[in-house]
Design a protein around this ligand. Sequence first.
Ligand code: ZN
Length: 267
Amino acid sequence: MPELPDVESFKRVLATNALGKTIERVVVSDRRILGELTAAAFMRRLQGNKLVAARRHGKHLLASIDRGGWLTLHFGMTGALQFVPEPEKEPPFTRVRLDFAADGHLAYTNKRMIGRVGLAEDAADFIAAEKLGPDAFDPHFDFDAFKAAMHGGKRDVKSVLMDQEVVAGIGNIYSDEILFQARLDPAAPAGMLSWSQLKKLHAAMRDVLKTAVARGAGSEQFIERMPEGALLPQRKKGGHCPRCGSPLKIFKIGGRTAYCCPRCQNC
Ligand SMILES: [Zn+2]
């Protein structure tokens, strides 16, 4: 499921291959992905125009359009963005395609159709309407801001980390990795964490996401490129703690499946 590091890599795909190119043709293969927006309105806004800048907020990718407004992309559970140089090739489950006059096309794929492709007039208004909290990489979201966001909550720390209104970008997979690196029990109430536990958690959040971006999250061989000591490659049935070798505990929390080491995280 695409989380901050994956969407960051989609942003790079867009920035490297699509910016400044005239969009010759827009193909909407499944208009359900547009929600209430009509395919005609979507095409009208993009056809003949250019994407000129890309930005990411949490799990959302936005690209500004030269004649005004923004293209917005959300990837849900199975979404991805690819640049395809050959005009005749189309990846499976392509829902929206932007064909460039110069070469190739940008393909938004989404097998399970959870996610959204849309338009927004203003990026800040869009982020506010989606009720997104600060992006996990936002320099203003420093330790003091993080501590304040966690403060007093009775909810378990995993659910709080995954709450896009608290901090945008973290989902089920990376919350497990962050909590493992901070050696914290995913079920611990966020508001009960000590100053030093919060300090570790904040540092782990930044480190884990930064490492995942640097190692190419979202690509096929990504798992093999994770650093030694990462939980992610073991995050499966029968997985073992990369640190102490204990069998991982798998349990449901807030409707999601959590993986943790009973020995290292006291879970
Ligand atoms: Zn362990």
